[in-house]
Design a protein around this ligand. Structure first.
Ligand code: 13P
Ligand code: ZN
Length: 276
C-alpha cells in the first residue's frame, strides 16, 4: 500500500490541517509525530526505502528502538501538509539503540524531521511506558490564548491546572491529571526535551512558557481534542481577564470539583484543589 493511501497517514494529515485551520501554526510553527503500529509499518513497507543515511537524534531513547514515526519536517508549514505531504512530512525509523534515525519516506525535497524530534521521542518514550503502549501521538502547537496566559499566570503546574479547570466544567474530566509548565527554555535541544518528558510522566499536557503547548494521546482525535479543550479554556480565561482585569465574581469551588470527580469517575490530585 502507498503511504498516502493509509488510514494513519490520512489521519495525520487531517490533524495537521485541523491545527492549521485553528490558527495554531503560523509559518512553520508546531510539529506532529505519530508512533506507527507494527501492522501499519508492514502495510506500507513496499513504499518505504531503507537506504537513507543514519543520523544522530541528539538524545538517546532506548525505549523507541526499532519504532517507526510519521513526523512533520523541520521548517515545513502545516498549511502545506494537505497539498504537499511528501514534501512536508517524513516516516523515520529509529535504530536498534535509540540513538539514530533514518528517513524512509517523504521529505522529497530534502530536509529533516522537526527540530523538536528529541522532545517528541523522549515524550513518546515516557508516554509509551506510562500508558502500557497506548499513547501514540505527540503534538506541539502555538495556540495564542495559552501562550498569552504564560505572561500573566504564575508559571506553576498548580496555577495553570486550577485556572484552566475552572474555565469549563469538562476540563477536569478531559485532563484530570493536570497540566505541567516548563519555564522559558531554548527550544529544539535536549534540555527542554528532558524537562518536558519529566512532566509527561504525570501529565498529558505540558505548556512551554512564551512558546506553546505539547499534548500526548492515544490517537489523533483524543490528542487534537485535548489541545482544543485546553486552548478553548485558555480563551475563556483571557476573555474573563479582559472583561474584569482578573477578578471572577463566581467560579467552581474545590468541593464541587470533588463531587464532579466522583460522578465522572476521575481522580483529581488534591494538590490542585487548594483553598484560595
Ligand atoms: P520545526 O519547524 O523544526 O518543527 O519547529 C517549529 C517549532 O514550533 C519549534 O518549536
Ligand atoms: Zn514551537
Amino acid at each position: 500500500m502507498k503511504v498516502l493511501e493509509s488510514n494513519f497517514m490520512q489521519g495525520f494529515m487531517r490533524m495537521a490541517d485541523d491545527g492549521w485551520q485553528q490558527g495554531w501554526h503560523e509559518r512553520n510553527g508546531g510539529n506532529l509525530t505519530y508512533r506507527m503500529k507494527p501492522e501499519e509499518v508492514e502495510a506500507v513497507r513496499e513504499d518505504l526505502s531503507f537506504d537513507g543515511e543514519w543520523k544522530d537524534i541528539g538524545t538517546t531513547v532506548p525505549g523507541m528502538a526499532g519504532e517507526f514515526f510519521a513526523a512533520t519536517g523541520s521548517g515545513k508549514y502545516f498549511r502545506n501538509v494537505m497539498t504537499a505531504p511528501e514534501d512536508s512530512c517524513a516516516i523515520c525509523e529509529i535504530d536498534d539503540k535509540g540513538e539514530k534515525y533514518r528517513v524512509c519516506w517523504g521529505l522529497v525535497n530534502g530536509g529533516r524531521p522537526t527540530s523538536e524530534f528529541p522532545s517528541h521521542l523522549m515524550n513518546h518514550e515516557v508516554k509509551k511506558a506510562a500508558s502500557g503502549g497506548k499513547h501514540r501521538v505527540i503534538y506541539h502547537a502555538h495556540p495564542a490564548n495559552t501562550i498569552a496566559l504564560t505572561f500573566v499566570l504564575p508559571l506553576t503546574d498548580e496555577a495553570f491546572t486550577r485556572e484552566l479547570w475552572e474555565m469549563a466544567t469538562e476540563c477536569p474530566v478531559v485532563f484530570p491529571s493536570g497540566i505541567g509548565v516548563v519555564p522559558w527554555m531554548v527550544p529544539g535541544g535536549r534540555d527542554i526535551a528532558v524537562a518536558t518528558s519529566e512532566l509527561m510522566k504525570q501529565y498529558d499536557v505540558a505548556i512551554w512558557a512564551h512558546h506553546g503547548m505539547f499534548c500526548s494521546g492515544e490517537d489523533f482525535d483524543l490528542t487534537f481534542g485535548l489541545m482544543h479543550t485546553v486552548e478553548k479554556s485558555a480563551e475563556i480565561l483571557v476573555k474573563v481577564y479582559s472583561m474584569t482585569g482578573g477578578t471572577k465574581r463566581q467560579t467552581i469551588q474545590p468541593d464541587e470539583f470533588r463531587h464532579l470527580a466522583v460522578d465522572f469517575g476521575v481522580t483529581l490530585p488534591e494538590k490542585f484543589l487548594f483553598e484560595k
